[in-house]
Design a protein around this ligand. Structure first.
Ligand SMILES: C[S@@+](CC[C@H](N)C(=O)[O-])C[C@H]1O[C@@H](n2cnc3c(N)ncnc32)[C@H](O)[C@@H]1O
Length: 311
């Protein structure tokens, strides 16, 4: 049995109050696998029917029209062995990870940037929303992870995407005001992923929050600068840490001309962003971001904010 690090348990008690036991119970339950049908490779109804004929029991993820949970599969890995997976007819994706692109309001023909893109869940989802038109710049600093990204783009039949390998902090200076939508799916302490792997608990150090928050702030500011006036930045993490979520957003909101927009997706029970944490008072707008908790939605943890740059 894996033990939650002591300091982390105390933080969750502060964060969730009376809900903490339900939250911890949910974190210790294995995650139900989910996938997104790929409309770039076929009619989603036909792909779904084909998977059901092969014995998969699928139930819809209400906030993504192509998202499904698989009710009768224990091993997510097994999905990678399906011919339909090899053909790119679906992408294995955690249901909460489908939220950022669904709130980004990405449309065909747009110019968008995915500043930390590998291995490509959000990029391939955005390309699907854009019907393979317009242009997606998919960037990641890690050469190793870029290989998985290019493999996934190829497998899913994405043709509107340009891949770059550089530090995302450079985009704001290189292409100021260029993109209509920028996705910042930031590197983070990944506390929301423990239902898939306990690595985040094994690696947990309180001191990591500050270092991660500095990178996240720099990436978010770069993304903001690369966005055209009136455009949208979607900031997301898969962690519960307020320092990496509301703290990072507050830094942007207090220093740059932008505001947060309300997020509402069908069937998604998101909790509002926190107004304060450990003596730090956050910009009141962060309450418009959503915290996705595993005990409220039977998913992995996520944090998502939709930022509008002023005209
Ligand atoms: C949460 S993962 C992204 C997941 C991806 N968006 C997806 O949905 O498949 C964070 C990514 O940030 C990348 N990263 C870390 N620091 C970066 C930087 N300074 N510039 C660009 N990418 C960075 C990591 O290599 C990692 O792939």
């Amino acid at each position: 049995m894996v033990e939650i690090p002591e300091g982390l348990r105390e933080r969750y008690e502060k964060l969730l109050g009376l809900e903490v036991e339900a939250f911890l119970d949910a974190l210790l339950r294995p995650l139900k696998p989910s996938l997104r049908l790929n409309t770039l490779k076929g009619d989603p109804e036909e792909i779904r029917a084909g998977l059901e004929e092969r014995g998969l029991e699928l139930t819809p993820v209400p906030w993504c029209p192509w998202g499904y949970w698989i009710e009768n599969l224990d091993e997510e890995e097994a999905l990678g062995n399906y011919l339909e997976h090899f053909l790119g007819e679906f992408y294995v994706q955690e249901a909460s990870s489908m939220v950022p692109v669904e709130v980004a309001d990405v449309k065909p023909g747009m110019r968008i940037l995915d500043i930390a893109a590998a291995p490509g869940s959000k990029t391939t989802h955005a390309a699907q929303r854009m019907e393979n038109t317009g242009a997606v710049v998919a960037n990641d600093v890690s050469v190793h992870r870029i290989k998985a990204l290019t493999y996934n783009l190829d497998r899913l039949g994405v043709v509107n995407c340009l891949v770059t390998t550089m530090d995302g902090r450079r985009f704001g200076r290189l292409l100021p005001g260029f993109f209509q939508v920028v996705l910042v799916d930031a590197p983070c302490s990944a506390e929301g992923t423990v239902r898939k792997s306990f690595r985040a608990w094994h690696n947990w150090r309180h001191g990591s929050y500050r270092r991660l928050a500095e990178t996240q702030k720099a990436l978010l500011i770069s993304a903001f600068k690369a966005t055209e006036p009136g455009g949208v930045v979607v900031y997301s993490t898969c962690t519960f840490a307020p320092e990496e979520n509301e703290g990072v957003l507050t830094h942007l909101l207090d220093n740059y001309p932008c505001h947060l927009e309300e997020i509402s997706l069908p069937g998604l029970n998101g909790a509002p962003g926190l107004s304060s944490w450990e003596g730090e008072v956050y910009n009141p707008q962060v309450e418009r971001a959503i915290r996705i908790y595993p005990h409220r939605n039977e998913v992995g943890g996520f944090f998502v904010a939709r930022i509008r740059k002023e005209e």
